[in-house]
Ligand binder design. Structure first.
Ligand SMILES: Cc1ncc(COP(=O)(O)O)c(C=O)c1O
Length: 403
């Protein structure tokens, strides 16, 4: 049961009123970044007009306000995923979060990381970089429906120190059973990192229930500003980690021959923090909570059902999403006679924004789909059934005009 009026919701997003090439904008590139509600846009202006100062340092009035804004945002985010504030590290984005883990986890020679074929480059490259220093890197395979080979996790090499997996694939929308993966990892004393970049915006996440040791997501994909992201680090794992970046605010005491580092989460937040970003993300979370993650998930299910139904009327289409046990609001496809970049270009002429190419998942697209690229429409809760129809009709029209 969905408990919101999408047309009312859309009123909160000024950019959705835009026209592109004389057509109303149909924004279906939400997997890349989401649009922002007025509450976040106005909040950022409010921040600079009323709060701005360097937090956690000075004791003057504004510095106190900036500190409070930063601390409050961290609390909201902790609550959002059922964590404690000291488990929430602010980073720039998911990419930085995963890189941080790759630097902070002390790997020994011969140890291994298991990533998967479904990953975004940001959950592949940090591990391939460490491979240069002797880390073993395994890629968990997928079956013909793009579900992960769960047997792998039952019989992992004993040297596997970390399994790292996307909660939701940014290409196929496959939703992986990360709770099961984390539980299997833990049963062989292996840590578990979950890339929630595509899931956190769309569904309720409870890190305790999931059992992740690390969870990464980006604020900009969930109504927040660019340049702010989150890395959750389980409090039992944090003491095992080394510093990532060093500098101001991540220390208790600095002497020429002895440094004492700050506790979590400051330990990983060297330098002046992105308070504006954290504040904006806090407002985005207020907005998401107001709509309700369960509402968002149900609404998007209905939207996708509508899209899959109407996509049956499109000829010469290959669809790569929607085949797994659980799928998100992502529709990846190709039209047989058009290159994915041409599809994106021609749809843009009709005001419809989608993405095309490798989607930062070249190993999956090339080795598993055997393609040079794919087109992808990615939805959010402010998209409507009418927009799904405009998208499907747009595809049919470009097939007639250019196919
Ligand atoms: C699954 C997944 N992981 C990681 C990322 C990287 O996110 P960011 O560019 O915000 O670091 C993305 C971005 O699309 C993604 O979809």
């Amino acid at each position: 049961m969905v408990n919101f009026d999408v047309y009312k919701i859309r009123e909160d997003f000024p950019i959705l009123k835009s026209k592109v090439n004389d057509y109303p904008l149909v924004f279906l590139d939400n997997g890349a970044t989401s649009q922002k509600p007025r509450r976040v846009i106005d909040g950022i202006k409010y921040f600079y007009e009323n709060i701005n100062a360097n937090p956690m340092r000075s004791i003057h009035h504004l510095a106190e306000k900036a500190t409070e804004a930063y601390v409050d945002a961290r609390e909201k985010i902790a609550k959002f995923i059922n964590a404690s504030p000291e488990e929430i590290v602010f980073v720039r984005n998911t990419t930085e979060a995963i890189n941080l883990v790759s630097f902070a986890l002390p790997f020994k020679r011969g140890e291994r990381v298991a990533t998967t074929y479904l990953e975004h480059h940001s959950n592949i490259l940090p591990w391939l970089k460490l491979k240069e220093n002797g880390l073993g890197v395994d890629f968990v395979d997928v079956d013909e429906n793009f579900d992960l080979d769960m047997d792998y996790y039952k019989e992992m090499p004993a040297e596997t120190k970390l399994v790292t997996v996307a909660h939701e694939s940014n290409v196929t929308g496959t939703i992986n059973d990360v709770k099961k993966i984390c539980s299997l990892a833990h049963s062989s004393d292996t840590l578990c990192l979950v890339d929630a970049a595509q899931s956190a915006p769309h569904m309720k996440i409870d890190v305790n229930d999931m059992g992740a040791d690390f969870l990464a997501f980006s604020g900009h994909k969930m109504l927040g500003p660019l340049g702010i992201g989150v890395l959750y680090i389980n409090k039992n794992v944090a003491p095992k980690l080394r510093t990532f970046m060093t500098g101001g605010e991540m220390i208790k005491s600095v002497k020429i021959n002895k440094v004492e580092y700050a506790d979590m989460p400051s330990f990983f937040e060297a330098g002046t923090q992105n308070v504006e970003g954290a504040y904006g993300l806090g407002l985005a979370i207020d907005y998401l909570n107001g709509v309700g993650l369960n509402n968002i998930e149900s609404y998007e299910k209905g939207l996708m059902a509508h899209l899959y139904q109407s996509s049956k009327t499109i000829k010469d289409i290959d669809i790569y999403s929607g085949r797994s046990k659980k799928n998100g609001a992502i529709f990846a496809f190709n039209l047989k006679k058009l290159h994915p970049h041409d599809i994106a270009y021609l749809l843009d002429k009709k005001g419809i924004a989608i993405r095309s190419g490798f989607h930062c998942a070249q190993p999956f697209i090339e080795d598993k789909l055997h393609l040079e690229g794919a087109a992808r429409a990615s939805m959010y809760f402010y998209n409507t059934k009418e927009e799904m129809d405009a998208f499907v009709n747009g595809l049919k029209e470009i097939q007639v005009e250019y196919g």
